[in-house]
Design a protein around this ligand. Sequence first.
Ligand code: F6P
Length: 344
Amino acid sequence: MQKVGVLTGGGDCPGLNAVIRAVVRKASQNNFRVIGIKNGWKGLVEADTIDLDVSSVSGILTRGGTILGTSRTNPYKKPDALAKVSANYKKLGLDALIAIGGEDTLGVANKLNKEGKGINVVGVPKTIDNDLNATDYTFGFDTAVSIATEAIDRIHTTAESHHRIMVVEVMGRHAGWIAIHSGLAAGADVILIPERPIDLDEVCALLKQRHSRGKQFSIVVVAEGAEFKVGQVVTKEKSLDAFGHVRLGGIGEMLAEEVEKRTKFETRVTVLGHIQRGGSPTAFDRVLGTRFGVKAMELVLAKKFGYMASLAGTEIREVPLDDAVGTLKIVDTKFYDMASTFFG
Ligand code: F6P
């Protein structure tokens, strides 16, 4: 019987369990055994695994998080880790490995594939940030946008009752997808994204303009990676993770302070944080994750390694991992300009 390994790496994301379940169901119909690798690449370094069969994935479709656990371990950054990855892949008798992750996890998968270490990798695009190239959407994004939209709706009622400006900081790293989608969906009055430096004069003018129209409250949605026109990304800590990413957060607080100082309107900030990644996936993400999982297993069966399942329009396709990693998919000017129709 052939064996396929499956791992989930990077930040957890609603829909991961849907992918794992789909991989296992498709694999079992094709006489493949599935080895779950715990905690991302860390599990392959440490040979920390669990056998997965149809009964072990029963009931997980609707559950958030990942039954396999996850980590931000980068085997390229730890001495001996790469050698252990190769050795354990062989020791476990794997014929292929399905890596479910974002830019970082799939970056490692792509490198392993290109270096010809005898590790047969297939990728599945995961991230709430939706910043992976070569796929229209990643799973998890729809859930994060739905959660953020509901939260902004709730914040709206307080903004209106108290005649306040409410700044809402959302996740998304260096891409403004969550901000622009949730901001548009919830009718935000200003949306600020990393792709467009924040011009405080412009933001305050828009808010004052609203007030002069008789609207005494406003909602400002700001992406965690947004930057002021002159200056650096605001970070709470300067520490970097194993993939060299700085931990973002804090822009909302700075923005609220500046806005209140300049406009004299009472202003509050809410940081949505990890709530955006938690809980049950939306129907869209359950279906997308399921389709990606089946496709990943089809690629394994076809021995098409070095590829990733991807969404193009309404179709699931395969794309080279190389096309997905390296550059981020960011919000284009046209989309932002369209959204700005609703500012102020
Ligand atoms: O990539 C997903 C994400 O939630 C980003 O939006 C955010 O910047 C980051 O992960 C937070 O990472 P952590 O959970 O390690 O703090």
